[in-house]
Design a protein around this ligand. Structure first.
Ligand code: ADP
Length: 181
């Protein structure tokens, strides 16, 4: 059933690095799926950030997490965000706001994007209180030191983090053994 009576489907693009997807991101996706006819979760390649998970892995992770929500799609992109939004036929950019500290950056980003594309609208949603403090970078840091991330991410994401860290450890051991040669 459509979420609105208008015949024009309301679509939103939710961009981010999602390295990895956290409960906070999931919360924003669930909320937006109730507001919009179609939500496109746009996973940025963000090569300059040297992501922990590859773009393909992050897209697959999003598809796994949102498989049960029919109006949510997960896609990867590596071009300018607004160009990607235009290609997807949406002018609504959705962002999550955790705390006042996010506001300045998000305000600036929305302003820059609107300079580039005046029709763009930025919409902000806040997550439930228990997800307000979660950040993907902190999740990675906690996991790296063997901490428990089960409250911050889906159990399948936690497992992927564990596997990736074990793999990285093996690679480091192999490269230091080679170095000793
Ligand atoms: P981060 O590394 O800060 O998690 P992302 O690029 O993955 O950044 O985040 C994508 C979007 O999701 C951004 O708008 C960010 O503010 C928002 N976001 C990140 N974590 C949360 C959270 N816990 N609750 C709500 N929104 C969030």
């Amino acid at each position: 059933m459509s979420r609105r009576t208008s015949s024009v489907a309301l679509q939103a693009l939710y961009p981010g690095t999602f390295d990895p997807f956290t409960r906070g991101h999931e919360d924003i996706v669930h909320r937006s799926a109730r507001l919009f006819d179609r939500v496109i979760v746009a996973v940025a390649a963000s090569e300059h950030k040297g992501p922990f998970f590859s773009l393909d892995e992050r897209v697959a992770m999003g598809k796994m997490l949102f498989a049960g929500i029919e109006n949510v799609e997960v896609v990867g992109f590596s071009c300018l965000l607004i160009e990607f939004a235009k290609m997807q036929g949406t002018h609504v950019l959705l962002r999550g706001l955790r705390a006042a500290s996010d506001f300045e950056y998000e305000f600036q980003l929305a302003g820059m994007n609107r300079q580039l594309w005046p029709e763009m609208e930025a919409i902000f949603l806040t997550p439930a209180d228990q997800y307000m403090f979660i950040s993907a970078s902190m999740v990675r840091e906690i996991a790296r030191f063997g901490g428990d991330v089960s409250r911050f991410v889906d159990p399948r994401v936690a497992e992927q983090l564990r596997q990736r860290l074990a793999q990285k450890k093996l690679e480091q051991m192999a490269s230091s053994a080679n170095g000793r040669g």
